[in-house]
Design a protein around this ligand. Structure first.
Ligand code: MSP
Length: 482
């Protein structure tokens, strides 16, 4: 037991929540909920990234001031996460005054230390991605990550001495900052080349936090955004900062791992703040085999999806359909077949069948244990510790299949009273434990199972066979066939 600080990236508000941002957020929520069940004191942070040229452009296109524009989009994120049962502890906005003040303080600290200097930057810039692209990465003048046209930008800028921290960053990555290993190797490979200092101000961008040493500049949106992870805790003096920093897990998509495992740790080193413990890189979703994009018109709205199928089903599908590290494909057909198969036929039916018999029978408080190890909880917990939500969920499903088989083989509807009691005791205890481990994935389903068993929601320390003290009463089916 201890503290657990987990963060999602803060999302750009030029876009509404979609299946990609929802995935990062759901994955973080699953881990946060598990750590709470395990008795850790958890701080789960999410929020929005609201400055920079891209947001400015989007506001102008809508005929709004940037502030009006961002204020209009933020509630969509808040309500999307509510629909999806996201249990964050704090929602940070980079336009919050405390954040802006704290960012300025941070900049001054590096300025006084001599880690920031003035220079000129000329380069190819991708406005939608808010990032300069090196000549070698550019493809025919187009952005390698989004494919859009790059612009040549040359301007006076202030630079952060990123190169000064190169060796320490390499050391940190070698020591296991980043998961999975393939990502770690990719970063080390890139770091074996030249690491240039980072331009951290923009003269041309007005929508940003003022750069205190020279107010004609604003602070580069990524520099501002990364700092949310400490400003949200009240850096430098906040109690939460003292209690929760360093972050245990920053969970991010594979496209922004460089920012989180190279630039961010270097910024922290410059300010004498310890680096985060782990950066988890997750893969991307395609939609029925194609890249998700507004122009293709195939963007999936996670809120509509949750309203149609339930947040539980959507969360389950996200964790179940692909390994967290890998890319995967989203299709509604596959979601429906998992609901009809695994959720309805395997889980919901099991709960219904056990409870139908249990509510009409005498259930003993204790009996011979026949399902010991039906889920390997140590293995489950170690998967969750490594953010491997896919394999953790797989161990639960294997457990559900085992209980199903056990119940079928034992035929309590046709066995002696003594045998039936034993079977019911085992099945009910198993369901009680399933209700605990399934909760991080499907919070409402976990609660419903516990409820039907006549029990309060359990914790990780209750994951063992003991006295069954519930009053089973069958309720509505957890899932219906679609
Ligand atoms: N604002 C920056 C993050 C700053 S953090 C200090 C940003 N925002 S974002 O809104 O563009 O994206 C945030 C997250 O969504 C990233 O983790 C990204 O990988 C994820 N995804 C966006 N599209 C995705 C898919 N199609 N599939 C899975 N995740 C994807 O980047």
């Amino acid at each position: 037991m201890g503290k657990f600080y987990i963060t999602t990236p803060i999302y750009y508000v030029n876009d509404r929540p979609h299946i990609g941002t929802a995935y990062t957020t759901v994955a973080a929520d699953i881990l946060a909920r598990w750590h709470r069940l395990a008795g850790d004191e958890v701080f789960f942070l999410t929020g929005t990234d609201e400055h920079g040229a891209k947001i400015y452009k989007a506001a102008i296109e809508k005929g709004k001031t940037p502030k009006e524009f961002v204020d209009g989009v933020v509630p969509e994120f808040i309500s999307a996460w509510k629909t999806m049962d996201i249990s964050y502890d704090k929602f940070i906005r980079t336009t919050d005054t405390y954040h802006e003040d704290s960012v300025k303080k941070f900049v001054m600290k590096l300025w006084e230390k001599g880690d920031i200097y003035k220079g000129t930057y000329t380069g190819l810039y991708c406005v939608p991605d808010e990032t300069f692209v090196s000549e070698s990465d550019a493809k025919d003048g187009k952005c390698p990550s989004c494919g859009r046209q790059l612009e040549t930008v040359s301007e006076e800028a202030y630079f952060f001495k990123l190169s000064k921290y190169k060796d320490r960053v390499i050391e940190l990555i070698k020591n296991g900052l980043v998961l999975p290993d393939s990502k770690k190797n990719e970063l080390l490979n890139r770091l074996s080349g030249d690491l240039k200092d980072l331009d951290i101000t923009r003269k041309s961008v007005k929508w940003g936090i003022e750069f205190p040493p020279d107010p004609s500049h604003t602070i580069y949106v990524w520099f501002d955004a990364l700092l949310n992870y400490v400003t949200a805790l009240g850096w430098p003096d906040g109690e939460d900062f003292k209690k929760f920093w360093p972050a245990d897990v920053h969970i991010v998509g594979k496209d922004i791992v460089w920012f989180h495992s190279v630039i961010w740790p270097a910024m922290l080193m410059a300010a004498d703040i310890p680096p985060p413990k782990t950066v988890i890189s997750h893969g991307w979703w395609t939609i029925e085999g194609r890249k998700m994009s507004k122009s293709l018109g195939n963007v999936i709205d996670p809120v509509k999806l949750s309203e149609k199928y339930s947040a539980d089903a959507v969360r389950y599908f996200m964790a179940r359909e692909k390994q967290i590290w890998d890319d995967g494909d989203f299709s509604e057909k596959s979601l429906e077949s998992r609901i009809n198969g695994e959720l309805m036929a395997d889980l919901s039916n099991l709960v219904a069948r056990v409870l139908t018999i249990a509510e009409k029978s005498n259930v003993p408080e204790s009996s011979e244990v026949e399902l010991e190890g039906f889920i390997d909880f140590e293995e489950f917990s170690s998967f969750m510790g490594g953010a491997d939500i896919f394999n953790a969920l797989e161990t639960i499903l294997a457990g559900i299949r085992r209980v199903n088989k056990y119940f079928n083989d034992k035929k309590p509807w046709a066995s002696s009273e003594e045998e039936k009691s034993k079977t019911l005791y085992n099945a009910l205890e198993a369901l009680r434990m399933i209700s605990i481990v399934i909760t991080p994935f499907m919070p409402s389903v976990g609660g419903k199972i516990a409820n039907q068993l006549g029990l309060k929601q359990g914790k990780a320390s209750d994951l063992k066979f003991s006295q069954f003290k519930g009053q089973p009463k069958r309720g509505p089916n957890l899932f219906e066939k679609l």
